[in-house]
Design a protein around this ligand. Structure first.
Ligand code: HEC
Length: 156
């Protein structure tokens, strides 16, 4: 457990914890960061689900669009590791981020890495235009979203 998480738990009076808090965390408003990451997740969802909808035939398949959406998903996956700085937990604002993100940083990092890996594969496969491989890549990305949400996001 990191010092900031620990002191937040033991001493809810935030001011008593300032000593253990890194300067970097204080640089931006925690509520702004929470809003930003929720927006980032929504952007990711839009681009990802558009590819899925094309594969399902809900909207017309468009190769150039698939490539663009996959590029965005890949790029968004690289941002996740910076979206959860210390001090942006439920004490800082309205968030579905569970405290385990900061209590089990290695496990969280594994989920982030899995998302980066599957999103990178999605980007590669999207360029090939092979719809069978694309369907598999979409499934793998979807599993990586779900794996992280299952462990680190509050149930809705
Ligand atoms: C490494 C963990 C992780 C991965 C991977 C991940 N998410 Fe999330 N996601 C979260 C957490 C944690 C929250 C809650 C954020 C908050 O409320 O501050 C969240 C929230 C969301 C939200 C709700 C945002 C809002 O408006 O409150 C959506 C939509 C979402 N994720 C979609 C996705 C999709 C789609 C993927 C995969 C393509 C994905 N996420 C991958 C951890 C993850």
């Amino acid at each position: 457990m990191r010092i900031n998480t620990l002191c937040r738990r033991l001493l809810p009076a935030a001011i008593a914890c300032a000593v253990g808090t890194s300067g970097a965390v204080l640089a931006a408003d925690p509520e702004e960061i929470i809003e930003y990451r929720q927006g980032a997740m929504q952007v990711t969802k839009y681009h990802f689900s558009t590819i899925a909808d094309m594969l399902k035939g809900k909207i017309e398949y468009d190769q150039a669009a698939v490539e663009k959406h996959a590029d965005v998903v890949q790029m968004m996956s690289t941002l996740v590791k910076d979206e959860f700085p210390e001090g942006t937990d439920a004490l800082a604002g309205e968030t579905g981020a569970l405290i385990d993100i900061w209590d089990k940083p290695d496990e969280f990092a594994d989920k982030v890495a899995e998302f980066e890996k599957t999103a990178s594969e999605l980007e590669d496969v999207a360029e090939s235009g092979d719809r069978e491989r694309l369907a598999k890549a979409v499934k793998d990305v979807g599993s990586s979203c779900k794996a992280c949400h299952d462990d680190f996001r509050q149930d809705e």
